[in-house]
Design a protein around this ligand. Structure first.
Ligand code: PXL
Length: 279
């Protein structure tokens, strides 16, 4: 569940291809329809699709369709979260992995039109999820910690993880962590074992849109397919890294999104290695 931003690769226009490339069938419930995403573009159109969500979920349930995973991202409004919980209640079985990407803010600011009501809504949804994938800004909002720009000390990241304890299921993946100048990546904590893993790479300058959605889509699909958290983290982070590098080298307009299409072949090869050659 995510919006369709018709142009500017993010949300469903990356989730569908990335989940499919992972070898996982992707059904979707759009939360909203926009002409573009809301970062840097102006004058975008937007239609809230809240009223479609439960009828779609009920139809699927009537058809007897079962789901291994439910992954959600961008919501049209805080009120929509209550509907999303009902959708999860309608579609999730005891073994369905629930993944919440609380897509609402970046670089210390809310996305256009959002405020603290969205943090409250995502606190409820994240508490219902097995896996959450906030960026540093979203982790700060959810945990009630202050947002700090880079570099992020070990102590600050610990504070974010600790603050998220009440608002998370088993796995917390914090994206966009800058442990030092010029280094960026994702840190995952397994709350059951206390184990932590990270995937870091060289940071390129500027803003890259849709990368959180690409990470969460790949990470979710890999976990749903049964990859270990370490393999899922490395492969999802690798896809994001290569998508960014290719976009940077080509000098593409940043709001248009990153070149994940060019990075998919390598990603599919990595997925095949994880699952022993099976596509
Ligand atoms: O990539 C996150 C995202 C998703 N959907 C919409 C957005 C954004 C970020 O700006 O505007 C509509």
């Amino acid at each position: 569940m995510h919006d369709i931003s018709g142009f500017g690769k993010c949300s469903l226009t990356v989730a569908l291809p990335v989940v499919s490339a992972t070898g996982v069938e992707c059904a979707c419930i759009p939360t909203a329809l926009l002409s573009t995403h809301t970062g840097e573009f102006t004058g975008w159109t937007r239609r809230d699709l809240t009223d479609q969500m439960l009828p779609i979920a009920r139809h699927w349930a009537d058809c007897g369709i079962e789901f291994d995973g439910i992954y959600s991202g961008y919501l049209a409004s805080p009120e929509q979260e209550l509907v999303l919980e009902e959708v999860i209640g309608t579609l999730a079985g005891p073994d369905t992995l629930v993944i919440c990407d609380p897509a609402m803010a970046d670089n210390g600011v809310y996305y256009s039109g959002f405020d603290d009501g969205m943090t409250e809504a995502f606190r409820r949804l994240c508490a219902r999820a097995d896996v959450i994938t906030p960026n540093v800004t979203e982790a700060a909002l959810l945990s009630g910690a202050e947002f700090r720009p880079a570099p992020h000390s070990r102590g600050y990241i610990d504070r974010l993880f600790d603050g998220l304890e009440r608002h998370a299921g088993r796995f917390i993946a914090i994206t966009g962590v800058h442990p030092a100048e010029g280094v960026i990546g994702t840190v995952v904590r397994d709350r059951q074992t206390g184990e932590e893993r990270s995937a870091m790479s060289a940071a390129l300058p500027g803003m890259f849109y849709g990368t959180g959605d690409i990470f969460a889509s790949a990470f979710s699909a890999l976990l749903v397919r049964g990859a270990s958290v370490g393999d899922a983290l490395d492969a999802a982070a690798g896809l994001v890294r290569e998508s960014i590098e290719r976009c940077y080298e080509r000098g593409a307009p940043r709001p248009y999104g990153v070149d994940f299409e060019g990075a998919l072949p390598d990603y599919v090869r990595r997925v095949q290695e994880i699952f022993g050659g099976k596509a």
